[in-house]
Ligand binder design. Structure first.
Ligand SMILES: [Mg+2]
Length: 347
């Protein structure tokens, strides 16, 4: 386990200058390059603002026609039987993003509550399959939203992983499972967070969130006319921290350590912890709505294992295989999985 972390936490300084192969489209490549330029001190503020604009689902509407997109990424509800067929004889392991997947996206990130129905469904799901929440939020915060002790939690984009408090039927000693590959960055993250709070104070609606191993600057409540100012403010702080990088999410700028660790690595770490490192009989199902979830979708494609489901009402380029429109559809899908498992166990 220690070797797994060591192998995967080498700094990305060399890679920052190179074009990443993570990208799925030219548009995405351009956006990635823009962020790299910002990270490298290029100061292309206007381009960053373009990138922020492109994160907004309403701007993605015109990328592709909804119908042709759904042909490529069909509804996981419509394809439920096919998904079950693909998982036949394998252990399903569930990975769930939180914001926009289990809870609706709301203006105030502190009020992104999940419904009681969703909580009950996730609880039942965890009784059927090993289940992990993988979020950009800090682990404590996402736990306070979900409040289920039987789950695995990977907070701060997977940089803070902990096993279930109750222990797990799937893994001996899961209570002691803890993985924090970016601990050395904690003082730097705190410092940057304080500076960002100070810098962005004059931009109405901007909200800086300390997510322990990363910082989020939410701009969903910021008027689009002020995005350029906000980008400038973030840039002015970032320029002094070459060991941090800037990424984008849904109406949020994420500042993270430049270690080679993301939601995809967290997924691999958890599979290994559960004893499925080199197993062919495991079927990881990852459901998420954000750019940061693409790292996990990509890992699943590379491993040719399980599948990714993107939550989106709008066509988006993705490494997922299927789609669901919103958290309500996610709940329907999870319920059907639980019913299927219970029926099967009963039989
Ligand atoms: Mg999300």
């Amino acid at each position: 386990m220690v070797r797994f972390i060591e192998e995967n936490t080498k700094t990305m300084e060399k890679e920052i200058g190179n074009k990443s192969n993570n990208d799925v489209t030219t548009t995405t490549k351009n956006k990635k390059q823009v962020l790299q330029d910002i990270n490298n001190g290029g100061g292309l503020i206007n381009s960053l603002v373009d990138s922020m604009r492109a994160c907004s689902p309403t701007h993605l509407k015109s990328l592709m026609k909804q119908t042709s997109w759904l042909t490529e990424y069909p509804s996981a509800l419509d394809m439920f039987e096919e998904i079950l067929h693909a998982s036949q004889g394998k252990q399903i392991v569930m990975f769930l993003d939180y914001d926009g997947t289990l809870s609706p996206i709301v203006d105030d990130p502190d009020r992104a509550f999940m419904s009681r129905k969703m909580r009950r469904t996730v609880k039942k799901l965890a009784n059927c399959f090993p289940t992990a929440i993988v979020s950009g939020r800090c682990r404590e915060k996402v736990y306070n939203f979900v409040k289920l002790t039987e789950l695995y939690y990977a907070g701060s984009h997977g940089m803070d992983i902990k096993g279930p408090e109750q222990g797990s039927i799937y893994m001996e000693d899961s209570k002691s499972l803890l993985c924090q590959p970016a601990t050395e960055f904690l003082p730097m993250i705190d410092e940057v967070c304080q500076k960002l709070i100070k810098q962005t104070k004059l931009t109405p609606g901007a909200k800086v969130e300390n997510n322990k191993f990363c910082v989020s600057v939410h701009f969903r409540r910021v008027d689009e006319n002020n995005w350029s100012d906000l980008a400038n403010q973030v840039r002015s702080v970032m320029k002094d921290y070459p060991k941090l990088r800037l990424c984008e999410g849904r109406k949020v700028l994420e500042i993270r350590p430049i270690i080679k660790w993301d939601k995809g690595k967290a997924l691999e770490f958890l599979l290994e912890s559960l004893g499925y490192a080199n197993c062919a009989d495991v079927f990881p199902l990852y459901i998420g709505d954000d750019r940061t979830d693409e790292d996990a979708f990509k890992i699943l494609r590379e491993r040719r294992q399980g599948l990714g489901i993107l939550v989106s009402k709008f066509p988006k380029e993705t490494n997922a295989s299927y789609s669901l429109q919103d958290p309500d559809e996610v709940m329907d899908f999870l319920r059907r999985l639980v019913e299927w498992k219970q029926l099967r166990s009963g039989a």
